[in-house]
Write a protein that binds this ligand. Structure first.
Ligand code: ZN
Length: 83
């Protein structure tokens, strides 16, 4: 192909939008229910408790984390996760 081959395509976090590709995002601490339990997409009562994705997005905008209790454990996105 001739392009930069080292960067694998990593899925974006549905909450913060960074390409962390983790089940639990280190940037916002959202846990992707689809990745955590493929085939059983549960929006409520899953690994995020009763937190919905829209609430998590709002929390991320306000606190920099999907829930205020995660403010101290999240980290800044890395340059390769922002693209
Ligand atoms: Zn995230």
């Amino acid at each position: 192909m001739g392009g930069k081959g080292q960067a694998a395509v990593v899925s974006r976090c549905p909450c913060c939008g960074y390409r962390t590709g983790c089940v639990t995002c280190p940037v916002c601490f959202w846990t992707d229910p689809a990745q955590a339990d493929p085939g059983a997409f549960v929006a409520v009562g899953g690994p995020n408790g009763d937190l919905t994705l829209s609430e998590a997005k709002l929390n991320f905008a306000l606190y920099g984390a999907s829930h205020p209790k995660y403010r101290d454990v999240v980290r800044k996105p890395r340059p390769e996760e922002i693209v």
